[in-house]
Design a protein around this ligand. Structure first.
Ligand SMILES: *[C@@H]1O[C@H](CO)[C@@H](O)[C@H](O)[C@H]1NC(C)=O
Ligand SMILES: *[C@@H]1O[C@H](CO)[C@@H](O)[C@H](O)[C@H]1NC(C)=O
Length: 250
């Protein structure tokens, strides 16, 4: 049975009592998995997808590389995000993650974002699955040029077009079937599903991306089968799939 808590509609003391199972779990559980979406960084001033000028499925889509005007729009968005990330600080939620990691209780953080607010905290530094080449090594100016697209300086110029291949950020876009990090991410997830966890928290994700939704379902099912609990925390709960969770907090 899924228990739902709508924090904003409850007096503080009632909300506190209803949130106790989560508070207790975050304090006591020893093998925790977190699946986090863009919303955990919203308080740091990084826009979530709903705040973008176009639908995220249109922008973060390989088809944006089909013509130069679209590619420039995509590059400007990456460039803008990168500028914001450089002046952003980790949020309170990032510090909760830091604390449970320091105590050795966070087994895995799946994060759909590449803003590096998590990995700049010492206990959350990671090499898996990506080497630490976060936004600090990414030159936003490269992707923001009005006149030209950033081209690879190490690749050969194409014989027919006379151009070098265009550089793109290392981000998994919609319709990108050849994304080089996909296998690494998949094998980490497969290995995790063989392990035993006692808490999974899915947080600040609208669960609209199919691959993230599948991961959420697989991990929640595995955790609950092993006797653990699954919690969803989001501003607004999605309308479907809530029965994958023991506790849904809005
Ligand atoms: C990606 O772009 C293509 C072509 O514009 C579109 O058909 C598709 O719906 C977009 N989104 C996704 C999630 O594939
Ligand atoms: C791209 O934008 C330029 C300038 O706004 C315009 O002249 C051109 O027609 C556009 N190209 C395409 C393929 O839409």
């Amino acid at each position: 049975m899924t228990q739902r808590v709508k924090v904003a509609s409850l007096p503080d003391c009632v909300a506190y009592v209803q949130l106790c199972p989560l508070i207790k779990a975050l304090r006591d559980k020893k093998k925790i998995v977190i699946i986090a979406g863009a919303g955990i960084s919203a308080a740091a001033g990084i826009p979530i997808f709903d705040a973008m000028p176009m639908a995220s499925t249109t922008i973060f889509n390989m088809s944006m590389y089909n013509n130069e005007n679209d590619t420039k729009i995509l590059n400007e968005i990456f460039s803008d995000m990168c500028h914001r990330v450089q002046s952003a600080n980790p949020t309170q939620f990032h510090h909760v993650l830091e604390a449970i990691t320091e105590e050795g209780r966070l087994h895995r953080l799946y994060f759909q974002n590449i803003n590096g607010l998590d990995t700049q905290l010492a206990p959350l530094k990671t090499q898996i699955p990506l080497p630490p080449k976060g936004p600090s090594h990414f030159d936003p100016a490269l992707f923001a040029s009005e006149s030209s697209l950033p081209s690879c300086t190490e690749c050969k110029v194409h014989k027919l077009t006379g151009k070098a291949p265009v550089l793109r950020p290392r981000v998994w876009l919609y319709l990108d079937d050849d994304y080089p990090d996909a296998n690494a991410i998949g094998s980490v997830a497969d290995a995790d599903l063989q392990k035993k966890f006692d808490l999974v928290v899915v947080v600040a994700s609208a669960l609209k991306v199919e691959s993230a939704k599948k991961l959420m379902k697989d991990v929640c099912t595995a955790v609950r089968r092993g006797g653990g609990i699954a919690v969803l925390i989001n501003l607004k709960a999605p309308t479907r799939d809530l029965d994958f969770f023991d506790l849904v907090i809005e």
